[in-house]
Design a protein around this ligand. Sequence first.
Ligand SMILES: [Zn+2]
Length: 296
Amino acid sequence: MLDFQNFYDWDYMKVHPRYSYHLEDWGSAYSQSGKAGDWPECVDYTVKNIGDWEKLNVLKLREGVLGQILKAVFEIIKGLGNKVPFIMTIFSPLMIANHLCGFIQGTHDLERYMREAPDKLDKGMEIITETFVLFAEELKKIGVDGLFFATKETSDDFTSAEEYQKVAGKYDRRILETVEDLPFTMLHLCGDKIHFESMTKYPITMVHWDSSTGNNPSYAEGRRILGDHLAIGGGPNRHFMAAAEPEVLKKKIKKVMLETEGKHFLLGPACSVLIAETAEEKVWLLRNAPEQYMEY
Ligand SMILES: [Zn+2]
């Protein structure tokens, strides 16, 4: 990871640990094909029926996968020095809950629990939140500059903004308030039909989303809605970035930069980069765009 950072010389560094890092210590299991770019496959998951929400325990941070990740973050920050800001990925408690009940296998049980057993789900959300508040406190001690706080569930494709806030709002806030005194916390709203207005009321430094999904605000609209209240971030979609010819990608990046005049805007991929499928030349186009298109 440090090689990737040092090679491209990014303006900040964000670590995204393996896909299931937040699930394995609760008993979910995943297998990896070993091929770059392949999604891990869920072979077992934690919450199989309503009663399982009450069996979750607050995780011990010195043990298991969370312990390994904290050690890795410590080493990365040490290796990075104070060269650029460093932020670490934490998922929203509702996204974690969704994965704990096997979402990746397409069971979609979370919607059922939300409607049929909200009190039991709430008990699980409490434990998940407590665990990740402790995790965030530990990250602060290690020296992160903030969080990359991500959620895919805050979308009309999953639930309404009102229902999301009812089930998840106070838990998201508890984690974000833990790091409120840090200078750089990025909220990533994943997917389409995002709840832009309600989510940008959170205590964050910036909001990051994919404007190309069809129903999300453009970056110019996001800027208009937020004024100078929050920084914004985004850029080309990962599939577009992997498939587009360099010249086409270049135009897209330029359009995004000009849309926001580069002000209070952090250019990056709209969600992530399919690094195994994206030519290095195209990653450099993204890296060099601010210097190329903006006058300071
Ligand atoms: Zn995303």
